[in-house]
Design a protein around this ligand. Structure first.
Ligand SMILES: C[S@@+](CC[C@H](N)C(=O)[O-])C[C@H]1O[C@@H](n2cnc3c(N)ncnc32)[C@H](O)[C@@H]1O
Length: 254
């Protein structure tokens, strides 16, 4: 079992807790932007890569997808997604898969993914896999952790927790990162432990997309809601300084 899989198994309940509120960055900033970028989903087949507990999978299904598949490496994340599907009568299908290598022959009209690509070391292979999973003229909408955000993740060093000073932007440093997830650090019900991931720059994304033969249709860097300026200036300013999301809309040419 990979370390990423073990970690997400451990974090599953805490992640579900952290992300289920309507005040999250995902609800307030990420999803409204994604909704504007999605192609019409009515009657389409859709896959959610790294679906986790399925929150985007269910939102996408509500947009009218005919077949909705969620794929993730972590069993505990998938169990939460499956339980929610049963409770709500969702027809989404969830499968265990490591998306760093091809895992199905099925092709989809639309491929979606949120905040997963920084767990994948080889971006070129990932975008080739995305190309291979899309039907001709299929569309991918990928919300990735913004490269400015991942640039501040502390550089990995031997299993010692990084200090706060190590959260500093090292944009052109491609070394592996290791850190305590900020939302775990503030959750008393789970022990601190290191998560590992990667930092990919803008050109890493651009070159992997072009190299895979995909077209960039649109890119967005969503802003926080205007009302945060008054109601929550610290949260607003923090997001402006180190944005969390870069959202890419790609197309597989005919
Ligand atoms: C930050 S969570 C995002 C989950 C979901 N997309 C969401 O936004 O709520 C990252 C997810 O990526 C999954 N993941 C990481 N590496 C993966 C891999 N190689 N293959 C499949 N899933 C992976 C983790 O298990 C976890 O569920």
């Amino acid at each position: 079992m990979s370390e990423t899989e073990q970690n997400w198994d451990k974090m599953a309940l805490a992640y579900e807790d952290f992300t289920s509120g309507t005040d999250s960055y995902s609800c307030q900033i990420e999803w409204p932007c994604i909704q504007k970028m999605l192609p019409p989903l009515s009657g389409k087949t859709v896959i959610d890569l790294g679906c986790g507990t399925g929150r985007f999978t269910f939102w996408l299904e509500k947009e009218g997808a005919r077949r909705m598949v969620g794929a993730d490496i972590a069993d505990n994340m998938l169990s939460i997604a499956q339980k929610k599907a049963q409770e709500t009568g969702s027809r989404a299908v969830f499968m265990k898969a490591d998306i760093s290598a091809p895992f199905t022959d099925e092709k989809f009209d639309v491929l979606f993914s949120s905040t997963v690509t920084h767990y994948i070391q080889d971006l070129n292979a990932l975008f080739r896999l995305i190309h291979g999973m899309l039907n001709q003229e299929g569309v991918a909408v990928l919300s990735v952790m913004h490269p400015v955000y991942t640039a501040q993740y502390p550089i990995r060093h031997d299993s010692v927790f990084p200090t706060d000073d190590e959260w500093t932007i090292r944009y052109l440093d491609r070394r592996e990162r290791a850190y305590i997830q900020p939302w775990i650090e503030y959750n008393d019900s789970i022990d601190n432990f290191l998560s590992r991931s990667y930092h990919h720059t803008f050109s890493d994304y651009g070159n992997a997309i072009i190299g895979a033969g995909l077209e960039i249709v649109e890119m967005q860097e969503p802003l926080p809601p205007e009302e945060w300026k008054e109601k929550n200036p610290e949260r607003y300013d923090g997001f402006i300084e180190t944005p969390s999301f870069l959202i890419l809309k790609l197309k597989k040419p005919a």
